[in-house]
Design a protein around this ligand. Structure first.
Ligand SMILES: [Zn+2]
Length: 99
């Protein structure tokens, strides 16, 4: 049997487990060429992409590909999550400096 733990607080989960599914995908057709694309300086942009690839080994075009995320939450973290899924209203952490 699989054992789950909460992805936020780390506690072991029993039957009262909540699943969060997130999906990020373009609402436009990434293959579609717009007028704006044609007006842009494509050569320079392609050169940028190639130099970025050479540096990182990553293909930047993949930023358009759909991404799926899945999280398991305990009831307490679920309650916090649904109030503010993107943490827009979470208070910023206050940094205490040493000096
Ligand atoms: Zn939790």
């Amino acid at each position: 049997m699989l054992h789950y733990s909460c992805d936020i607080c780390g506690q072991k989960l029993d039957d009262r487990r909540f699943v969060v599914r997130l999906e990020v995908f373009p609402s436009f057709d990434p293959e579609e060429i717009t007028e704006e694309d044609l007006e842009r300086d494509n050569l320079e942009e392609i050169a940028d992409i190639i130099s970025h690839m050479e540096e990182t080994g990553e293909l930047e075009l993949e930023q358009n590909s759909p991404r799926k995320f899945r999280y398991d939450l305990c009831p307490e973290c679920r309650n916090q999550f649904v109030k503010d899924p993107l943490a827009l209203h979470r208070p910023r952490r206050i940094r205490i400096s040493d000096n």
